[in-house]
Ligand binder design. Structure first.
Ligand code: ADP
Ligand code: VHF
Length: 304
């Protein structure tokens, strides 16, 4: 009898743990950075990490959530394929690398997703896609349709056509905008670091991990530096806090966690992760269109 009670207890607790994440979140955007997707020594794709990322996403899907992946890596992968050792500063070289790398990335993702019978589709965006209300509406419809059709959208900036004036430049901001327009309730940024520290831990060994952020006040914003931890990362922690503003004001929670170990997505699912949780803003009156008007100078030319 005791065993039966223990079993029922464990089952209930197990279900509660399993359910806690599902109860809170129905649609999640996961962003993975170039440094997490590639081997630091060579810049080549890290297939085993990609495999575990894809498997976790399929598990999230199987547990009833809509999932959207925002994947960086086009430039880093293109660089590796073409054989460019130094980080390029010339925009046309970056664009050429992205043209090669984006195809390689999608080929790999689609192969991996197909192993789990999961369809995936590519959505490439520029700042103009968001600034222009017509193309913004179009991309919103596309996302909704993809979710309805049980497809995992894989998003990146359309680096091959975005010129300096019309680029997001970093996928942290892009992923937060995707969170806002898809009305997702959680954004997970997988980085090369455990979360937001009181200072860049690569420069300051005394920096402490901040576990939870309720309000994005000056003190918090002042902690983030734009220094990056790798040869392929863009934006550092500064762009992640910009993302936190957009996501939390849009009504989503946001987590920064270390993608070094892909098991982190299961830990997040079970509420047992190490990282920084930014709580959604209460009573925020955030209108994405207003934010775009204010923060993103409209441009008249360019691809959508
Ligand atoms: N306050 C901070 N807390 C944590 N990391 C910080 C902070 N300020 C700057 N950083 C840097 O941000 C890096 C992560 O951003 P980035 O290199 O762009 O990686 P990703 O590819 O994950 O986007 C860290 O490795 C770290 O060097
Ligand atoms: N769109 C670019 C990535 C830009 C970016 O934000 O990179 P990262 O800091 O690695 O997330 C690419 O695919 O190479």
């Amino acid at each position: 009898m005791r065993n039966v009670i223990m079993y029922a207890f464990r089952l209930t607790i197990g279900k509660m743990i399993e359910m806690s994440f599902l109860d809170n979140y129905k649609r999640v955007v996961i962003k993975i950075g170039s440094s997490t997707l590639t081997h630091a020594e060579t810049g080549s794709l890290n297939f085993s990490k990609m495999e575990r990322l894809v498997r976790s996403i399929c598990d999230y899907r199987n547990s009833g959530m809509d999932v959207c992946l925002v994947s960086s890596g086009a430039i880093a992968v293109g660089r590796d394929v073409i054989g460019i050792k130094e980080r390029p500063s010339d925009i046309s070289i970056k664009q050429a690398c992205a043209a090669v790398g984006q195809g390689r990335l999608m080929m790999t993702y689609q192969k991996l997703f197909s192993e789990y019978n999961q369809n995936s589709g590519q959505v490439l965006m520029t700042k103009n896609t968001i600034v222009n209300p017509v193309s913004r509406r179009n991309v919103m419809n596309t996302f909704e349709e993809l979710f309805d059709l049980n497809v995992v959208p894989i998003v990146n900036e359309n680096d091959t056509v975005s010129t300096y004036e019309m680029q997001f430049g970093d996928n942290d901001t892009l992923s937060a905008i995707v969170t806002s327009i898809t009305k997702a309730d959680l954004l997970i940024l997988l980085s090369d670091i455990d979360g937001l520290y009181s200072d860049d831990p690569h420069d300051n060994p005394d920096a402490k991990l901040i576990r939870e952020v309720d309000t994005l006040d000056r003190k918090i914003l002042g902690m983030a530096k734009s220094s990056t931890g790798s040869d392929v990362g863009t934006g550092g922690m500064a762009t992640k806090l910009t993302a936190a503003k957009i996501a939390t004001y849009s009504g989503a929670d946001m987590i920064i966690a270390n993608g070094g170990n892909m098991g982190i997505l299961y830990d997040i699912m079970n509420d047992r992760y190490t990282g920084t949780l930014f709580h959604r803003a209460k009573d925020a009156e955030f209108v994405l269109a207003d934010y775009i008007q204010r923060e993103m100078a409209p441009t008249s030319t360019g691809g959508q």
